[in-house]
Design a protein around this ligand. Sequence first.
Ligand code: NAD
Length: 485
Amino acid sequence: MSYDTQPKASHFIDGAYVEDTSGTPIPVIYPATGKQIATVYAATPAIVDQALAAAHRAQKAWGAMTGTERGRILRRAADMMRERNHDLSVLETFDTGKPYQETIAVDATSGADALEYFGGLAGSLTGEHIQLGEDWVYTRREPLGVCVGIGAWNYPTQIACWKGAPALACGNAMVFKPSEMTPLCALKVAEILHEAGLPAGIYNVIQGFGEVGASLVTDPRVAKVSLTGSVPTGKKVYSAAAAQMKHVTMELGGKSPLLIFDDADLENAVGGAILGNFYSSGQVCSNGTRVFVQKGIKEAFLKRLSERLSTAVIGDPMDEATNFGPMVSEKQMKIVLDYIEKGENEGARRVTGGKRLERDGFYLQPTVFADVTDDMTIAREEIFGPVMAVLDFTTEDEAITRANATEFGLSAGVFTRDLSRAHRVIAALEAGSCFINSYNDAPVEAPFGGTKMSGVGRENSKAAINHYSELKSVYVRMGDVEAPF
Ligand code: NAD
């Protein structure tokens, strides 16, 4: 397939592509072949400054526009993303290696959903009026100013939009730094927003490794940082932001539990476990990677799971029939292979998979371990790859206690036909984004985010508005001021 993967330039600043080849080169590798498909250059301090200065300069006028005017631009961009879904999906597949069958369905489309949703909300953002006798208080919902978005590599288009759309709807400007692993897609988001009429400087994209992200976080012009990434990075970014009392949203990692009770619909439970472990080759933060299966259904579950996994179509991600692609990078593949080895060494039973595929690119087999116990490394640490750990349980209380025995708290799911149990169990699980008889749905209308070490704040839904704006409270006195002296 011939497709131009080299972007026009590395950065998008102040409404235009900007190049500066004096930065560290960042090779862009297509995970399905291991071949380099583009080069971008990390932002130098001068580029970082240019982007922040442009955002800072442009934000006031953007924030002063009516929400309806801002929303119209976001909604136009959403339509353009949908019209260009094919090209954006091909690019997403080059950037991440995820199968086109997935990217055509979820990436640019969920980005467009965010632009449409927050574009729609922009015109109805208000403060409130609080009557106090003849005096009153009114509140103004004001933008924060310049917001920084820092992305992970698993959903580069979606993350660029999930952060950009609410930020812009609220009247902020954004400087977005994609992951160095997947630098291509966010540039297209910036390009489309500007074609849709976004004023220059409101949405900027600069490339770079962690140090570029760190320099954005500490810049005094920045009011807020939203990070999608790992817990160790989250700790660094959160504490750097705290030093200047900046607002933060932290979308971090997880090791989420999925509880499958004896009375569950077996096919649906297997389907949920597959979606929650093998979609995007397991590179999803909210994955339910600790699958607790009640003893009565365990063997039937493992049998159907193995049967269905054997029908996975692993291959060229651009082939529309492929539904399981490579890992994003050689490094990530090696991390996952190490975990697989630990699973074997610590005594888990490998039911299926476990090997690298003998072909170009970074392909692993979908892997399932059974008889996993709570103390094993593969039950405690986030693997971020296609490795499912199946643990047995007997009682509901036991499953809840064990499910909560983790520092993470991103997601949780339960499969059961007993509705009261479903709600009772979900209420007891310590997680931000939960599922009953389903897994990993993430509609823009629903709040998304984690508890405990999995994060702070929420993306999507009306809740995101609170994380991209603040309230000014104004007391208005109608009578005389009574002072003590
Ligand atoms: P990562 O933490 O290595 O990097 C994330 C981003 O942070 C990258 O853009 C990186 O360049 C930047 N960065 C690194 N060090 C930094 C620093 N000191 N200051 C500022 N920025 C810095 O994560 P990753 O490997 O790209 O992504 C995988 C992780 O992301 C997993 O843990 C996964 O669970 C998590 N994730 C979470 C969500 C969510 O919504 N909760 C979604 C996707 C991925």
